[in-house]
Write a protein that binds this ligand. Structure first.
Ligand SMILES: *Cc1c(COP(=O)(O)O)cnc(C)c1O
Length: 451
């Protein structure tokens, strides 16, 4: 029995794995990971896998990173955690100041996961309107295919039927407006044309319903969980104008696309706009510790600042502002500053893009798209779920961790890729794709339609 086998058997017995039909693992083995090294994951038998999904989109600079480890270890020698109601500490103050300076949103409220950031933003927006004497503004709208997390509140603004259906009776469903998905361009239309068409639909919805709407929530530039659906920044400019005109808050969820993923530090900066609420998590700590943050404006903050307790934002999580996680986040910002990460990523992206040219020209590939450090390709196959399971398997056999979403194959690797890793990533992806398309006999041990 290999060293891996013991862990995967025990894990199947005792661990309820996330976003997983556990029966799938009767036939499809789990992959036990012993350690990490830059973009590589290493199992208990010493086999290496390139982490092309950045461990569910959280990792930025690679695993086992010397600077990240040193910062967290230094903080561990000072204070590991202290409650943030009535007390404070340097890491949370410095992080809030620096995020405020980078975004123009000077008030930071913390949670532990992305979904809790969504909850905070939704609650803060509705409570703002209540404090402003307009309690009727309590509903939310989102984009078709939008994903904002899976707690009950976040799920109510998430438009992924498979995640939502079983819990529909628990959810206060939000309205969705059409996605500005650039793939829907008619012949002769540009991505900006699609953006304007989608913005017109939003305009019509807001004109009719704005009295009952607190906020519009969306993922700027890339709707990741929907299958890496991309749109033109013109959409965000129109959305900002429309939200201002109709007095509706704009919540931007940059939980997945923040911290350099789209080529700028934050995605919305490419549209030159500022949201009323900005949700951050995932890359916030470089993928080292759970932390999320909602940044907001002076105007929102002022609506809660009062002698009456009940007008305050009485929301908390036990680990709010955890010092270890805040120190990790500060180190992430230091690395961006010291190492000119955005320029280095642009060079890395050009190299990977060159290597992926055969994939773009592949006869089964549709809608090849790329922004910053994200690549996505739709594959023309009859059974998307079975295909994605096969591709996942074929990639693992080649030392590559890919998790296609249905028929969409995406690459979202850590930023630390040397030439050998780039070669491995591009060649492995191509080989795995061809194998998954031709060897349809490989048993699809439970489909893999999920992110
Ligand atoms: C992952 C994700 C979330 C939820 O974050 P969790 O930490 O998984 O709760 C919310 N929004 C977007 C855009 C995400 O990609």
């Amino acid at each position: 029995m290999s060293a891996n086998t013991d862990w995967l058997q025990r894990s199947r017995q005792a661990v309820w794995h996330p976003c997983t039909q556990m029966k799938r693992h009767e036939r499809e083995p789990l992959l036990p990971i012993a350690r990490g090294d830059g973009p590589w994951l290493i199992d208990y038998n010493g086999r290496r896998y390139l982490d092309a999904v950045s461990s569910w989109w959280v990792n930025l600079f690679g695993h086992n990173h010397p600077r990240m480890k040193a910062a967290i270890t230094d903080q561990l020698g000072r204070i590991e955690h202290v409650m943030l109601a009535g007390l404070t500490h340097a890491p949370v103050v410095e992080l809030s100041e620096r995020l405020g300076a980078l975004t123009g949103l000077g008030h930071a409220c913390y949670g532990s996961d992305g979904a809790s950031a969504t909850e905070i933003a939704l609650k803060m927006s509705a409570h703002y309107w209540r404090n402003a004497g307009r309690p009727g503004k309590s509903r939310f709208i989102g984009l078709a295919g939008g994903y904002h997390g899976e707690t009950v509140g976040a799920l109510s603004v998430t438009d992924i039927p498979l995640f939502r259906e079983a819990y529909a009776p628990l959810l206060r469903l939000s309205a969705t407006v059409p996605s500005p998905d650039a793939r829907t361009a008619a012949p002769g239309e540009t991505a900006a044309d699609v953006a304007h068409r989608a913005a017109d639909a939003l305009a019509a919805h807001l004109a009719e319903h704005h009295e009952s709407i607190a906020a519009f929530i969306l993922e700027p530039l890339v709707q990741c969980a929907a299958g890496f659906v991309m749109h033109d920044p013109a959409y965000l400019q129109r959305v900002r104008e429309l939200c201002d005109r109709h007095q509706v808050h704009l919540i931007l969820d940059e939980i997945a696309v923040g911290f350099g993923r789209t080529g700028s530090l934050f995605a919305h900066q490419q549209a030159g706009i500022r949201p009323d609420f900005l949700c951050l998590s995932k890359g916030l700590t470089g993928g080292y510790l759970p932390l999320s943050c909602v940044l907001t404006t002076d105007a929102v903050y002022a609506a809660f600042y009062d002698d009456q307790t009940a007008r305050g934002f009485l929301h908390s999580h036990s680990y709010t502002g955890n010092p270890l996680a805040c120190r990790a986040a500060l180190e992430v910002l230091d690395i961006f500053r010291d190492e000119d990460v955005l320029a280095r990523n642009a060079a890395t992206a050009r190299k990977l893009d060159e290597r992926l040219a055969p994939l773009r020209a592949h006869p089964a590939v549709r809608h090849a798209r790329h922004i910053g450090m994200i690549w996505a390709f739709d594959i023309d196959v009859p059974n998307a779920a079975a295909f994605s399971a096969r591709l996942h398997r074929q990639a693992l056999a080649r030392g590559l961790l890919l998790r296609p979403i249905g028929a969409t194959l995406y690459l979202m690797p850590p930023y630390a890729l040397d030439d050998a890793a780039l070669d491995h990533l591009a060649a492995g992806t191509l080989a795995a794709l061809d194998a998954a398309l031709t060897d349809v006999s490989m048993p699809a041990a439970g489909d893999l339609p999920l992110p």
